[in-house]
Design a protein. Structure first.
Length: 162
């Protein structure tokens, strides 16, 4: 009767793709969309800076600009930390209970893919009005991916999960 039992996770290639790689592609599409002109510094400042001035009316214009810049870079770090985690999940394709040991080669491949996508995103921004392509942003994005890997490693060490 065990042969009639449905496996807990998909085994067909299409089902594995949907489960593990589709979230990666959707997140990459989201990153690509926020690389558009609509999400440029000039456009986000129209919303973010008035909000800051309303919340903190005594902030100087320079401080508002610094906070806005820090907020945007933090968003970069976060979105690429999530991308790194999604890449690692897709590469590893965990199942429950997943007691396999942490593998740095999986994390390294995930981080290399983050770096490649960050570089391609900056290249894309060359062609977008009101956006600039910066090598420093590739480093920030890749640092976000590395932070994501570090958080996953700490989670694994703490909870001994895949």
């Amino acid at each position: 009767m065990d042969s009639c039992k449905v496996p807990p996770y998909p085994t067909a290639p299409a089902a594995r793709f949907l489960r593990y790689w589709l979230p990666v592609l959707l997140w990459m599409a989201m990153i690509f969309s926020v690389s558009s002109d609509r999400q440029s510094y000039q456009h986000s400042s129209r919303f973010f800076e008035p909000l800051l001035r309303w919340l903190f009316p005594n902030l100087s214009t320079a401080m508002v600009g610094e906070i806005h810049h820090l907020f945007r870079k933090t968003c970069h770090l976060t979105e690429y930390a999530i991308l790194g985690g999604l890449f690692r999940r897709a590469i590893r394709q965990p199942v429950r209970p997943d007691r396999r040991p942490w593998r740095w080669d999986e994390a390294g491949l995930a981080l290399a893919l983050v770096l490649a996508y960050a570089a391609s995103d900056e290249f894309h921004q060359i062609f977008v009005p009101n956006r600039s392509a910066l090598v420093s942003d590739v480093f920030i994005d890749t640092s976000g991916g590395a932070a994501g890997m570090l958080l996953l490693w700490l989670w694994h060490k703490t909870f001994k999960t895949g």
